[in-house]
Design a protein around this ligand. Structure first.
Ligand code: ADP
Ligand code: MG
Length: 700
């Protein structure tokens, strides 16, 4: 099998369209792809027909509008191409209307009050910029048409609509910015995204023996294995054969759907791995990441494995994230985050950099919020994950440039210009290899892109990129508002750069982001620290957030309010499921096993005494005593946890329910876990009802 034969075989790409569409129709599609707008219904009909014929040749019998509701996953409802225009007559058909619009029964998707259930209407509309593709699955091959999902009244009910708006805002403002530097050629700017995806692989048979993995995707109990990740022998280690076979099939499946998976390696934790595709246009990368996650799960099952995408499947070893590599590319090929080589370009780079500093500092809380999901609460701020505090890592050389600008910029404006150029002349040194790395930073400059590392492994990348695009667009906008009016552009641009850098220097941090000192230092600097999702949700509806998003028509106030409500609801639901699962496992699995163990000890003491009165039964006695004390503690916490879950029924507001979960339910879950994890170390392995951390992580 050669990659070039397989790659994109299941994608209705531009080159496929060029081959299959009449010239006029293809021209119109190209026009819309490049400049936006809509296809005429006549052309849509032609495209739909060509798409269906292509899909049928590939074995597809059904099509679906593929969209991303606010559940964070993707949704699809398959419709067959069959239609019955007259009685007794069956034909295969996909019309332009079916291609461009759909109306799934939307009543069961979260809408956060935007749409009462009796107004169930929700519409899907084709996102022509993300290519249609065929998904091969057990249910047969399906033509997937990427779409947005909006309500009857036009509010977005998905993750894609705001993302597309944010891309437009960033394009508009980036073009304003490069025009200032004399660039007349560029017509469009696009955020580029490369998503590194971390995941765990476990054996499916063992997985099936753990209700917590089945219901919640993570282990809710489990004592640490004797070996963890302390030897660092897993990181980049040789890939085990079984995992290798999985990765190989995964790559082929991803390539077929046009996902350019390139990198694969073992990650830090045992049984943890990573996959990274080559970067592409933001919305496509976001779509493809959703598809990649889904494919990972599907392919794993075929190998009798399970892919865990949860942010923290195992306590005590690294969790999984998703590194969102982000840059801005012009249609002429230039990357605005490339430091470049000539001072003139560098000045543009410095302006871009200073705007990003401003954007990230002013909206650190919003960026943090964009990476909030329930699973990530278990990961962020733990000592092997980025902290919940946003800061920027620039690397020594670039930080030095920023410092020079901050220090000398306060002198006479033209002098500053001179010095800036000197400072800038050090920039060409900052190529990829000269930039040192800092794995502890949530937002790190890596040569010609920023890497946002806070996003959780199971989360959609849409929110993070919507926020990034918007806040940077806004900082560009503010700079352009000043610079477009400036009498002397050169001095004005130096001033803007210096002002941005000075005012937002506090966001730069090159030290160890995992350290306790940083938490204290960040507080001194006034940087927000929002450890939990529950702390981060209110940012969505703050005045400054509403103003920002409304200015660029990305979210309305009611859309933001509904999203906040959905997040509170989700937080409560996920935690309740976890808590109930713990009650189930404690009551049905662990406690009965411990009782069996205690009985066995008691038997042993009795029988030993009978057989040999002078024998010492102290070991059995102390085990029995220790186990029964822990058992008592476990039972007490189990009762409490049940009560606290019940108490949720007495609370009306979703916000208060979430707080009750955060403040009471989650700590009680930890209190129940503690004695059971201790018992695991005492009780006979043969009696222990579920596979242990050692079984799960080291026996794949
Ligand atoms: P690193 O090792 O520095 O993280 P990699 O080369 O492994 O860099 O790239 C990580 C991810 O970043 C990949 O998905 C890659 O395609 C993506 N990437 C590389 N350059 C850019 C860029 N200019 N913009 C966005 N993503 C990029
Ligand atoms: Mg990386």
């Amino acid at each position: 099998m050669s990659i070039s034969e397989v790659f994109g075989a299941n994608v209705f790409s531009q080159s496929v369209m060029q081959q299959r569409l009449p010239e006029e129709a293809f021209k119109e599609v190209r026009q819309v792809l490049e400049n936006g707008g809509q296809l005429s219904m006549q052309t849509a009909d032609i495209v739909a027909k060509a798409m269906m014929e292509w899909a049928m040749e590939k074995g597809a019998t059904h099509y679906t509008h593929w969209f991303q509701p606010l559940t964070g996953t993707t949704a699809e409802k398959h419709d067959s191409f069959l239609s019955f225009p007259k009685e007794g007559q069956a034909i295969m058909r996909l019309t332009g209307k079916q291609l461009t619009m759909g109306e799934p029964d939307a009543s069961s998707f979260p809408s956060g009050g935007l749409r009462a259930t009796h107004y169930a209407r929700g519409y899907t509309a084709w996102d022509i910029t993300s290519p249609a593709f065929i998904k091969e699955q057990a249910a047969g091959s399906v033509l997937c048409i990427p779409t947005v999902f909006v309500s009857y009244t036009g509010e977005s009910l998905d993750n894609k609509t705001p993302l597309l708006h944010s891309m437009e805002a960033l394009s508009t403002q980036s073009l304003r910015l490069v025009r200032l530097f004399g660039n007349r050629r560029a017509k469009k700017a696009t955020p580029s995204v490369g998503a590194e995806q971390e995941y765990f692989i476990v054996d499916r048979q063992k997985y099936l023996m753990r209700r917590d993995l089945i219901y919640t995707g993570r282990t809710l109990f489990g004592a640490p294995a004797p070996k963890g990740q302390e030897l660092d022998d897993q990181y980049f280690g040789v890939i085990r054969e079984r995992i290798g076979a999985f990765m190989r099939e995964l790559n082929e499946e991803l390539w077929k759907m046009g996902i350019p998976a390139t990198t694969q390696h073992n990650e830090v934790a045992p049984a943890q791995h990573e996959m990274a595709p080559i970067f592409s246009t933001c919305n496509i990368a976001v779509d493809q990441n959703q598809l990649a996650m889904e494919t990972m799960k599907r392919v794993a099952t075929k190998h009798d494995l399970v892919c865990l995408l949860h942010e923290k499947p195992f306590a005590g070893v690294n969790g999984s994230g998703k590194h969102n590599n982000w840059s801005i590319t012009l249609d002429t090929g230039e990357n605005l985050l490339d430091p470049g080589e000539t001072p003139n370009d560098n000045l543009q780079f410095l302006l871009v950099l200073s705007c990003i500093m401003k954007a990230v500092d002013e909206h650190a809380d919003l960026l943090r919020q964009s990476a909030a999901n329930v699973g990530n609460d278990n990961r962020l701020g733990a000592d092997e994950a980025p902290p919940a505090i946003i800061s920027i890592f620039l690397g020594n050389q670039l930080e030095d440039v920023v410092e020079q600008i901050c220090a000398h910029g306060s002198a006479a404006a033209c002098l500053e210009g001179g010095q800036l150029v000197t400072g800038v002349s050090t920039l060409p040194v900052i190529n990829k290899d000269a930039t040192d790395r800092n794995r502890t930073s949530p937002f790190a400059f890596t040569g010609n892109k920023f890497e946002f590392r806070m996003v959780g492994s199971s989360d959609s990348l849409a929110s993070a990129n919507t926020v990034l695009n918007t806040i940077v667009a806004d900082a560009f906008c503010q700079a352009c508002d000043v610079l477009e009016k400036a009498a002397n552009f050169d001095s004005a641009v130096n001033e803007v750069i210096a002002r941005n850098m000075r005012e937002h220097r506090r966001i730069i941090f090159n030290g160890n982001g995992y350290s306790r000192e940083w938490v204290a230092e960040a507080e001194k600097r006034g940087l927000p620290n929002l450890p939990s999702m529950v702390d981060a949700i209110p940012v969505l509806t703050e005045e400054k957030t509403v103003r920002l998003f409304e200015k660029y028509k990305i979210f309305s106030r009611s859309e933001l309010e509904s999203r906040a409500e959905i997040m509170y609801e989700t937080y409560t639901k996920v935690n309740t499921i976890e808590a109930r699962t713990m009650c189930h496992m404690a009551g049905k699995h662990y406690i009965p096993s411990v009782i069996r163990f205690i009985t066995r000890m008691a038997d042993s003491i009795q029988k030993t005494k009978n057989a040999c009165p002078e024998a010492d039964t102290q070991v059995q006695k102390s085990l029995l005593l220790r186990a029964s004390n822990l058992l008592k503690e476990a039972q007490a916490q189990l009762t409490r946890l049940n009560e606290e879950i019940e108490r949720l029924n007495t609370i009306d507001s979703v916000e208060e329910m979430a707080h009750h979960c955060h403040d009471v339910v989650v700590p009680t879950m930890k209190a129940l876990r503690a004695p059971i994890d201790e018992l695991e170390l005492i009780v006979d392995k043969n009696l222990w009802p579920v596979p242990t951390y050692g079984d799960l992580m080291f026996e794949v």
